[in-house]
Write a protein that binds this ligand. Structure first.
Ligand code: WTA
Length: 658
C-alpha cells in the first residue's frame, strides 16, 4: 500500500476528542510508550499506585525469578471489591448510580454505589455463614444481572476465587468446570430470561451435580428471577435473598496478596479440554482500570455500556471490574440485541443516554442486515447523539462493518476502538486510544502503552513490517494469565513454548504490521481454535462431543469456514457407523447430532454445516487432510492434489451440507 493510500484510509479523532482525552494526542501516546521502555517496572508501578488503593503498599514490582510464572506487586495487599465499591463511596460517590440494569422485558432497576456495596456485603456474609473462606472456589452460573455482578464482587470481598460459567453452557460443560475448580458452592438463578423466553439455570445445575464428580459442592445459592417452580434440595440449596436478608450490610474486606487468584475462567485451546485461565488480583485489576481509563476514556459523567456477558472475560474486565474501579456508571443488559426487535441496542442507547458503547462485530453485522431490511430498526430512527465513543471486541471487524458502525451509529464523530485481547491477557493489548491514534478500519492499530507486542517467525525472529507472522508479547505484563488452574505444565507448553526459548508469550493468533504505519492487523488463530460470533471454541472439543454420540458416530472432523454474520461457522465432517445418509434421513441425523453437541457443550457449539461421508479424506499415512476439508467447507472447487487420497470418491459425498 502506498503512503497516499494508507493516509486516505486514516480516520482522525476530532480536535475536541483529542483535547479532552486521558491520553491526548500521539505525542502523549509515544511518551507513555517511551516511559515504559526506559523504565518498565517504574511505569507499571506508577500506574498501580495511582489507580489502585493498597492496604499494604508493594515494594517489589516484577519478579521474573521463576519465569514464566511471573509475579507482580507481590508483597502488596489489596481487595478488588474494596477498590470497586468502598473506595468510590469514600470519594463521595455513594449516591452515584453504579449500574443501570435493563431486563429482557425492558424493566429498569438502578443501584447506587452504596446499594451495590450493601448487597455485595450481604452476599459476602452469606457465603461466609456457609463456611466459604479465602482461597475456596465458587462457581457462578447466572445470567446478566445486578446479582451476578454482586456475586462476583462478594467472592472477591472474602478472597474466594470465582469461576463464572456462561449461562449458555450445558450441564456437562458446567459439571466439568465445577469438578476442575473443586468449587465448594455454586451461585445460580432459578431461570434466565432471553428473548422473551425463560430458560432453566437451576435445573441445569441440578443436572450437572447429578452427573457426579462435584463432591466438593456443599451449597447451591439460588437467585429468584422468574419465581417459576424449581427443585430445591434440602440441606444443600438455599435462596440467596433469604440467606442474605439477615446478614449485615457491612463486611470487612479480606486483604489478599496481589497474586491471590481473583478468578478462573475457562476457555478453549487446541486440545479437547477447556483450560482454567487463572488471573491475579493486583495486576489484573490494575489493567482493568487502566484500560478502562485510557482506551474507553471513561469520565465521571459517562454512561458506559459493554454488551458482553459476565460469563466471558469481556464481561469480567469491562463490566464487573474496570468501570466500577473507576467509579463509572454502566449498563447491565439481560436480553438479546434482536428482542423485541433489532432496534433494541439503539433504543437503549437513546433511553439511557449511553456515551460509550462496546460490542462485538457479530452483533454489528447482524444488526446491519436487520437495519437494511427495515428502517424502523435502523440507527437513524433513534437519537444516538449521547454517544461519544464506540468499541469493538472479540473478533476481527471487517472494514465494511467498521465503516457502517462509524457512520450510522457513531454519526461519523465517535472514534472506534478496535480492541484486540484475549481471556489470557486480562485486558486490552493492541488498540487505538481514542484521543490519540488515527484509525484504520479493520486494524487494531498499535499496542497499549507498556505492552511489548511483536510479530515473529517460527524461530522467534522479528519479521519486518508488511510480512505476516506469529503474534507474541515480549515482556510479561501485570494482567497476564498466571497459570492454567492445576496444570502448570500445560500453561508453559501453551503460552511459553520452547520454539521461542520460553521467552515470549504466544498469543495463538497470526498478525501482520502495515509497512507504512506499523499498524497491527490480526489475521486469525494459528491453532485449532474457532471464533464463532466472538465465542472461542476448540475444534477438538466439538469433535469429542460428536464422537461421544457412540450409537451413531464412528469418526468426526471439525473445521471452521468464513461466515458473513458470525465471522466463522462450525463445519463438521462425520462418518457414521452406517453408510453415509442422504436427503431427509441425513437432515434428521444432522439435527440429532446438533442436539447432541448442544447437550455436550452448549448451543453455541452446534455445527452449522454437517457433511456425511463413508470415510474422511486421509493421506495414505492416515492423516486427515484438514486443508482439503476447509476448502470443501468453503464450497471451493477442489484444485488441491487429491492423488494421495485413499478414497477420492468420497469428495462427492462430502459436497452436500445438511
Ligand atoms: C480474537 C476475547 C481480531 C483473537 C476478548 C483472540 C480478535 C481471541 C479481537 C480471544 C480483535 C479478540 N480483532 N481478533 N479486536 N479481539 N480477537 O479469549 O483470535 O474470548 O485470540 O477473548 O479472539 O478470544 P477470547
Amino acid at each position: 500500500m502506498s503512503q497516499a493510500e494508507t493516509q486516505s484510509k486514516l480516520y482522525l479523532p476530532s480536535d475536541a476528542v483529542v483535547a479532552s482525552a486521558h491520553v491526548s494526542g500521539m505525542d502523549a501516546y509515544h511518551a507513555l510508550c517511551k516511559e515504559a521502555e526506559t523504565d518498565y517496572e517504574g511505569f507499571w508501578a506508577r500506574q498501580a499506585r495511582e489507580l489502585l488503593s493498597w492496604k499494604t503498599p508493594f515494594t517489589t514490582v516484577l519478579d521474573e525469578s521463576n519465569a514464566p510464572f511471573f509475579k507482580w506487586f507481590e508483597d502488596g495487599t489489596l481487595n478488588a471489591s474494596y477498590n470497586c465499591l468502598d473506595r468510590n463511596i469514600e470519594r463521595g460517590l455513594g449516591d452515584k448510580t453504579a449500574i443501570i440494569f435493563e431486563a429482557d422485558g425492558g424493566e429498569v432497576t438502578k443501584v447506587t454505589y452504596s446499594e451495590l456495596l450493601a448487597k455485595t456485603c450481604q452476599y459476602a456474609n452469606a457465603l461466609k455463614s456457609l463456611g466459604v473462606t479465602k482461597g475456596d472456589r465458587v462457581v457462578i452460573y447466572i445470567s446478566m444481572s445486578i446479582d451476578g455482578v454482586a456475586a462476583m464482587q462478594a467472592c472477591a470481598r472474602i478472597g474466594a476465587t470465582h469461576s463464572v460459567v456462561f449461562g449458555g453452557f450445558s450441564a456437562q460443560s458446567l459439571r466439568d468446570r465445577i469438578e476442575d475448580t473443586g468449587a465448594v458452592a455454586v451461585i445460580t438463578a432459578d431461570h434466565q430470561v432471553r428473548g422473551g423466553k425463560p430458560l432453566a439455570l437451576k435445573g441445569i445445575v441440578d443436572e450437572a451435580l447429578g452427573l457426579g464428580g462435584c463432591d466438593a459442592v456443599k451449597n447451591v445459592l439460588v437467585v429468584k428471577r422468574t419465581g417459576s417452580p424449581i427443585n430445591m434440595v434440602e440441606g444443600r440449596d438455599l435462596w440467596l435473598a433469604d440467606l442474605a436478608a439477615s446478614q449485615p450490610t457491612t463486611c470487612e474486606p479480606e486483604w489478599v496478596g496481589a497474586e491471590h487468584p481473583l478468578f478462573l475462567l475457562y476457555t478453549s485451546g487446541s486440545t479437547g479440554k477447556p483450560k482454567g485461565v487463572q488471573h491475579s488480583t493486583g495486576g489484573y485489576l490494575l489493567h482493568a482500570a487502566l484500560t478502562t481509563q485510557w482506551t474507553f476514556d471513561l469520565k465521571a459523567d459517562d454512561v458506559f455500556w459493554c454488551t458482553a456477558d459476565i460469563g466471558w472475560v469481556t464481561g469480567h474486565t469491562y463490566i464487573t471490574y474496570g468501570p466500577l474501579a473507576l467509579g463509572g456508571t454502566e449498563i447491565v443488559f439481560e436480553g438479546v440485541p434482536t428482542y423485541p426487535d433489532a432496534g433494541r441496542f439503539w433504543k437503549m442507547i437513546q433511553d439511557h443516554k449511553v456515551s460509550i458503547f462496546y460490542t462485538a462485530p457479530t452483533a454489528i453485522r447482524s444488526l446491519i442486515k436487520a437495519a437494511e431490511a427495515n428502517d424502523a430498526v435502523h440507527p437513524k430512527s433513534y437519537d444516538l447523539s449521547s454517544l461519544r465513543l464506540l468499541g469493538s471486541v472479540g473478533e476481527p471487524i471487517n472494514p465494511a462493518a467498521w465503516e457502517w458502525y462509524y457512520k450510522n451509529v457513531g454519526g461519523s464523530r465517535c472514534p472506534i476502538v478496535d480492541t484486540f485481547w484475549q481471556t489470557e491477557t486480562g485486558g486490552h493489548m493492541i488498540t487505538p486510544l481514542p484521543g490519540a491514534t488515527p484509525m484504520v478500519p479493520g486494524s487494531c492499530t498499535l499496542p497499549f502503552p507498556g505492552i511489548q507486542a511483536a510479530i515473529v517467525d517460527e524461530t522467534g525472529k522479528d519479521v519486518p513490517n508488511g510480512q505476516g507472522g506469529i503474534l507474541v508479547v515480549k515482556r510479561p505484563w501485570p494482567s497476564m494469565i498466571r497459570t492454567i488452574w492445576g496444570d502448570n505444565e500445560r500453561f508453559v507448553k501453551s503460552y511459553y513454548p520452547a520454539d521461542f526459548q520460553g521467552k515470549y508469550y504466544l498469543a495463538g493468533d497470526g498478525a501482520i504490521r502495515d509497512a507504512e504505519t506499523g499498524y497491527f492487523t490480526i489475521t486469525g488463530r494459528i491453532d485449532d481454535v474457532l471464533n464463532v460470533s466472538g465465542h472461542r471454541m476448540g475444534t477438538m472439543e466439538i469433535e469429542s462431543a460428536l464422537v461421544s454420540c457412540t450409537e451413531l458416530v464412528a469418526e468426526a472432523a471439525v473445521v471452521g469456514r468464513p461466515d458473513e454474520t458470525t465471522g466463522e461457522a462450525v463445519c463438521a465432517f462425520v462418518v457414521l457407523k452406517r453408510p453415509a445418509p442422504t436427503g431427509d434421513e441425513a437432515k434428521a441425523i444432522a439435527k440429532q447430532l446438533r442436539d447432541h453437541v448442544g447437550k455436550e457443550i452448549g448451543p453455541i457449539a452446534k455445527p452449522k454445516d454437517i457433511r456425511f461421508g463413508d470415510n474422511l479424506p486421509k493421506t495414505r499415512s492416515g492423516k486427515i487432510m484438514r486443508r482439503l476439508l476447509r476448502s470443501i467447507a468453503k464450497g471451493e472447487t477442489i484444485t488441491q492434489d487429491t492423488s494421495t487420497l485413499e478414497n477420492p470418491a468420497i469428495l462427492d459425498q462430502l459436497g452436500q451440507a445438511y
